[in-house]
Design a binder for this molecule. Structure first.
Ligand code: PMP
Ligand code: GLN
Length: 404
């Protein structure tokens, strides 16, 4: 038999769940509340800045670490929102989206045989990236809210037990996709203390930093003294400016960690789209009102989708941040979340994401009672989605109760 043409590092990964369900949504004419991308436009002035940069000749390679104009804007943004002092020349690297930033960080900081602690459910690229470098993920489940815990939570003892002499890195994501959890300062302190004790670095994915709902507040982990020297912060402009197709991201890190990431970045993409960097600098300098309004608008969308889900018989807790809601599907009569989401997209005209794919096999059952719905959509689309959900699920319930 001939050898597979897939290298072993990719052979275990199929097409991502996002591509799979967006394709199904298209095929079945479904309202796409699956893959998280806005169906509305980003700010006109930011798009105009990109067009201007192209017209004015910003069309050759940018410096590998990123255009200085953007690195300065990233540092100013960190000072404005988090009071953080960032040197744009030694602490910033601009990447092709947060996705590349995460991979560069893992390439630059983790050796084969190392272990990386990951909270579950996890954003799918983390575990693939860990596998690409020959390291091993160690999973710590986030537990669903219950009588004692008003939001998603983790067991401190379980986290502590995940540290071993091989642990090199811990990956955090706050606000968290897909649970919507925003880690509190106390939780971050606890995580930071363990990382300090074990000499572990932290990779903090904060792409939803501006989509947070009061009373929750985004605490940037690297602003905590215990984490400042050991944390690589990752963010991007896609969600904050509703321009997910631009793929401009960045890392912020103390100089030695920035160097490690930059060494990887220079051979992964070398540099990223020059005119879009210039426009991202303009975007990051938008007035405070832009960022406040973004959260206010998302709050209204969150309420609309929550209401629609509850009306359709899918209980759901309000997320503290991000643009996702995990709805409880455990009483819908499906064997698991994948069966539910497949049915919904093919028969019910609505696409959602089955979150069990964001768990290790050993904890997959923890995700099987939920479906992830995105609310980064216009009101009309959210309303149509809610209408279809209500109709589709109630029709199914009444037809299954009629069966002998
Ligand atoms: N991290 C998380 C948690 C995400 O949800 C996303 C969404 N795409 C990314 C990273 C990737 O961001 P980007 O599109 O900037 O690569
Ligand atoms: N972050 C987006 C989500 O969680 C999808 C990004 C992607 O398609 N890779 O839906």
């Amino acid at each position: 038999m001939s050898r597979s043409h897939f290298a072993s590092r990719v052979s275990g990964f199929g097409t991502t769940v996002f591509s799979e369900f967006s394709a199904l949504a298209l095929k079945h004419g479904a309202v796409n509340l699956g893959q998280g991308f806005p169906d509305f436009e980003g700010p006109e002035e930011v798009k105009e800045a990109a067009c201007r940069a192209i017209r004015e000749g910003s069309n050759q390679y940018a410096p590998s670490m990123g255009a200085r104009e953007l690195r300065v804007a990233i540092a100013e943004h960190a000072a404005r929102f988090y009071g953080q002092q960032v040197d744009p020349d030694t602490m910033v690297t601009v990447t092709s989206g947060a996705t590349e930033a995460l991979f560069d960080a893992i390439l630059g900081l983790v050796d084969p045989g190392d272990e990386v602690i990951v909270f579950e459910p996890f954003y799918d690229s983390y575990v693939a990236n860990i596998a690409f470098v020959g390291a091993t993920p160690r999973y710590v489940p986030l537990r669903a809210p219950d009588a004692l815990h008003p939001t998603w939570w983790f067991d401190g003892a379980e986290l502590e037990a995940a540290f071993t002499p091989r642990t090199r890195l811990l990956i955090l994501n706050t606000p968290h996709n897909p649970t919507g959890k925003v880690f509190t300062r106390e939780e971050l302190e606890r995580i930071g203390t363990l990382c300090e004790r074990h000499g572990v670095k932290v990779l903090s994915d904060e792409v939803y930093e501006h989509i947070v709902f009061a009373p929750a507040r985004h605490v940037r982990p690297s602003t905590l003294p215990v984490l400042a020297d050991r944390t690589v912060t990752v963010s991007s402009m896609g969600k904050t400016f509703s321009l997910t197709g631009w793929k401009i991201g960045w890392i912020l890190a103390p100089p030695p960690l920035r160097d490690a990431v930059q060494r990887a970045h220079q051979f992964v993409s070398f540099a990223t789209a020059a005119p879009l960097q210039s426009a991202t600098a303009a975007a990051l300098r938008m007035p405070d009102g832009y960022f406040q309004e973004l959260a206010v608008r998302y709050l209204a969308r969150r309420e609309k989708l929550l209401h629609g889900l509850r009306e359709a018989g899918l209980p759901a807790q309000a997320p503290e941040g991000s643009y996702f809601i995990l709805a409880d599907i455990s009483r819908q009569g499906f064997p698991d979340d994948v069966a539910f989401c497949r049915h919904l997209v093919t028969q019910g005209g609505v696409a959602a994401i089955p979150p069990s794919v964001f768990y290790s096999p050993e904890h997959r059952h923890l995700g099987q009672g939920f479906a992830r719905f995105a609310f980064c959509k216009t009101e009309a689309v959210l309303e149509e989605g809610a209408r279809r959900l209500k109709e589709g699920l109630s029709t199914r319930r009444s037809s299954s109760s009629e069966r002998p």
